[in-house]
Design a protein around this ligand. Structure first.
Ligand SMILES: Cc1cc2nc3c(=O)[nH]c(=O)nc-3n(C[C@H](O)[C@H](O)[C@H](O)COP(=O)(O)O)c2cc1C
Length: 356
């Protein structure tokens, strides 16, 4: 068997998969039906649990298990140090945002995110086959708790240093997130995003050569050619985000789905304007205005996310692409509207043919 296929087969055996294709965890866009469709096709489903409370995580898992006995991961964002607050800057940002939607009110000093430890406790209780992280690493007590329950840990890395640190901390696989990826850059330090935006083609073989655990490639994989390419580069599996967004199970808002279909590779941008953390999204009137040198700088994550919430909701209500939070990778135009199970099955069939 050619080496890339043998490596992928080992990964599949280890995680009970029929194909080395993983749904990417996507906060706000990981309905159980999408995860179940991928798992039922023989891949791995995913839950982007960032916005979910402990009880919502339990509910997500129950709904997934009603639809699939297959493999899945629950993904958590490791929190940054608390954001420094700046009343003047936030007020300027709120005035700026009033040109694009209802004027937001800067949040008070209470928590702006779900409690990470409570989310982790819910994850342990739900006992998924895999827990994954982005933006940082689990603490050693958390790694021990996962191991005690037989839950594997996959850690997202955007650089060699992050990959090595993740392996040293006990991660059983590294998700190498290339710069093409839709959604937030997973770099551990928010300020590292510009330096840590390395393309998948360069990142995957570098990490595969540097660590001894399996590598899962993410970023810009939109069909079987992409799956074959990352396996040839040293990955054991491919993770797919944007290419699943137009499937019926993803059920995203129509203005976003339509824009993905039209997007050229050059139509995305890395921006802090929506959340305060660097993310890849489709370029639109809002991202262009926020990028202008005269625009006030975004507040840190998650304050900026809170500030843009009214604009983002209004854009969905009005189906107004100009102000829409349309996360997207650079291979968006490859996304098709076929059911998710058929999509990943086609990816794997094409990749196998290319690698045979
Ligand atoms: C809408 C959306 C939301 C995302 N949310 C998360 C998340 O919550 N956690 C995470 O680890 N990665 C998240 N990502 C990144 C994906 O897990 C993955 O790295 C990326 O989708 C791969 O690149 P691709 O979109 O080109 O396939 C998100 C991506 C998208 C498109």
């Amino acid at each position: 068997m050619p080496r890339p296929l043998a490596r992928a087969a080992d990964f599949c055996t280890r995680y009970g998969l029929e194909m080395p294709v993983l749904m990417a965890p996507m906060a706000g866009t990981s309905p159980p039906a999408l995860a179940a469709a991928v798992a039922n096709a023989g891949g791995m489903g995913a839950c982007g649990a960032l916005p979910l409370s402990a009880s919502a995580i339990a509910e997500w898992v129950a709904r997934f298990r009603q639809q699939s006995a297959g493999a899945f991961q629950i993904n958590l964002w490791v929190p940054d140090a608390p954001a420094a607050r700046d009343a003047g800057g936030e007020a300027a940002q709120a005035r700026f945002l009033a040109s694009f939607g209802p004027e937001p009110t800067p949040p008070d000093n209470g928590p702006l995110l779900e409690d990470f430890d409570a989310q982790f406790a819910a994850l342990l209780q739900a006992a998924p086959p895999v827990a994954s992280t982005i933006m940082g690493l689990f603490r050693s007590d958390q790694v021990s708790a996962l191991k005690a329950r037989g839950i594997s840990w996959f850690a997202t890395a955007t650089t060699l240093d992050e990959a090595r640190a993740a392996q040293a901390a006990g991660a059983e696989a590294i998700i190498a997130q290339g710069a093409e990826a839709g959604g937030h850059r997973g770099c551990f330090a928010p300020g590292d995003a510009p330096r840590a935006s390395v393309g998948t083609l360069a990142l995957v073989p570098a990490i595969a050569d540097a660590v001894s655990v399996p590598v899962i490639a993410a970023g810009g994989i939109g069909d079987g050619r992409g799956v074959a390419a990352v396996l040839a580069l040293g990955a054991s599996a491919a993770m797919i985000g944007t290419a699943l967004l137009r499937t019926p199970e993803a059920d995203i808002t129509p203005a976003w789905a339509d824009a993905l279909a039209r997007a050229r590779p050059e139509d995305t941008t890395l921006t802090r304007a929506f959340s305060g953390r660097t993310a890849r999204a489709l370029r639109n009137a809002f991202t262009e205005a926020a990028d202008h040198p005269a625009a006030p700088p975004p507040a840190p994550y998650p304050v900026q996310r809170h500030l843009t919430d009214p604009m983002r909701r209004a854009a969905i209500e009005a189906q107004n692409f100009d102000h829409l939070y349309a996360l997207s990778g650079q291979a968006a135009a490859l996304a098709r509207t076929d059911p998710a199970g058929e999509t990943v099955a086609r990816f794997w069939q094409d990749a196998r043919r290319l690698l045979a």
